[in-house]
Design a protein around this ligand. Sequence first.
Ligand code: G3P
Ligand code: CA
Length: 349
Amino acid sequence: MQSNRFSLGGRPALFKAAIVIIGFLTAAAPALGESEAYAYGKAVIAHRGAPGYLPEHTLESYAMAYGQGADYLEPDLMLTKDGVPIALHDRTLDATTNVAEVFPDRARDDGRHYAIDFTLDEIKQLAVRERVHPASGELVYPGRFPNTHEKLVFRIATLAELIELTQGMNHATGRSVGIYPETKASSWHAEHGHDFERILMDVLAEYGYESASDPVIVQSFEAESLQRLQELGCELRLVQLIGGGVGADPMVTPEGLDEIAEYAGGIGPSISRIIDSAGEVVDDNALITGAHARDLVVHPWTVRTDRLPSHAESVEALLERLLFDLGADGVFIDQPDAAVAFLREHVER
Ligand code: G3P
Ligand code: CA
């Protein structure tokens, strides 16, 4: 069994404090000497890039997130027909690309175009657009990047391209920003004949990401996907995602956390598992305290400055509560600059 665990928790408090102070003194944006040495003490995870400003999962969006000071760049991953990991949230291409215009005859019976039915060559012919509701064509986030541009074309990025972009920027800046890939719909990909975890490990290994000290965290909602990675000898750190929902989830029980601690180094719960819709702390913060008791880091998702939960007065208030009042170790966010600004201000205080 591999450990797949995080290590900062074991370091002396003075060391952690020094990292924070050095980061603050030496750079406008956080400089990461080690994968978990966040300049501002908490992980800023750029959720799909910086989709608050540029269309999700595009290289342009990731470059902006990097420039805004994110610690990790997060891609959701899907596979193409020819087995190439691409940065894409949905199984289908309809909400975020012009696939229906380019390939009008390639929809399945439900009228949707599935990424797994298209080769990478075909996927690269698509233009990415800001996310819409496919049925109506209305923007999901009306205040974000408009879909009115006629000459500007964004493309779907492969995982390899995102890594090359990240490593190139790390070389140029001296930073060590990481990537935080999510295996989406692993069992569904297996049904289509793809060994997602093997493919992911091979791409990561090609770029030198093989050990727990490398700036990579792999996440999944499917425990089987993370366990499969472990079976394959993956030594990278793993995070178990936990959905929102309204009912009980075995994963948030003490027994569930015990089980997660067997194969992962952290959890990524929906914010609603920590603060409910009425703004009340769930179960006396048992999820975070229970995770920390098992040396699991906690990275909740997803903060959006333009879609805050109704109980949050401001993004700063929400981050203060999650990261400092309740003790989360980082956060997935659509506007990484908001988290960086908040954390910088917190350090100054
Ligand atoms: O991976 C964390 C968060 O992104 C999970 O939700 O649906 O945005 O991938 P989703
Ligand atoms: Ca995700």
